[in-house]
Design a protein. Structure first.
Length: 208
């Protein structure tokens, strides 16, 4: 049995790709799953998180590797034979370099920060995914529930050519804090609503 591949992609920077990758990975680890992270983003945020984690914990508990865009297929082929889940973090751009990461994915996860600008930026990813015969899963991130903007973004996202997941990540300090510590929100000293959010999100992604 080969591992499941989750590719996190979004054209606009700052949408929360690395936040999603890290929090899904740490919860999977906590559940006893073998996880590999593959960073194809030259900015290297996921790699910085991994090195911070190693420095803090010694054993990071997760495999980590990097790849050029066109080396994704080769790396994924190796990793999915070794672990239960491979999570691929991609650069904040949409061009032909992104296609291998989309092609190899069992699930394409597209974070949308709670703004219409981020929503517009999603269209490029959806178009490339459609060319690969894939239908992405959309997840709202940094949501401020109960606001007019939240309602507008949700309504517009539901009309896109992707499946809007019923789970959203709220705008919480714990996500940024733990990311800088090499941790996930489920590993925070004091757990709270973020743990429930990430757990629900993981269930939605893994049952997709």
């Amino acid at each position: 049995m080969v591992g499941k591949v989750i590719t996190v992609a979004q054209q606009k920077g700052g949408a929360g790709k690395t936040t999603l990758a890290v929090n899904l990975a740490t919860l999977l680890m906590k559940q006893g799953q073998r996880v590999a992270l593959l960073d194809t983003d030259p900015q290297g945020s996921l790699g910085r998180w991994f090195m911070t984690r190693r420095a803090a914990l010694g054993d990071a508990g997760v495999d980590f590797s990097t790849s050029s865009a066109w080396g994704v297929s080769y790396e994924v082929e190796k990793l999915r034979k070794l672990v239960d889940v491979v999570i691929v973090d991609t650069p904040p751009k949409v061009d032909s370099d992104l296609r291998p990461a989309l092609r190899e994915a069992d699930v394409i996860l597209v974070p949308i920060a709670a703004s219409l600008v981020d929503l517009w930026a999603t269209e490029g990813v959806l178009d490339l995914a459609r060319r690969e015969g894939k239908r992405p899963k959309l997840v709202l991130n940094r949501v401020r529930g109960g606001t007019r903007l939240d309602a507008e973004v949700r309504a517009a996202a539901a009309a896109l050519e992707g499946d809007l997941l019923p789970v959203a990540l709220a705008h919480r300090v714990v996500y940024a804090e733990t990311l800088g510590q090499g941790l996930g929100a489920v590993e925070a000293a004091r757990t709270g609503p973020a743990t429930a959010e990430v757990t629900a999100l993981l269930h939605a992604v893994m049952t997709a």
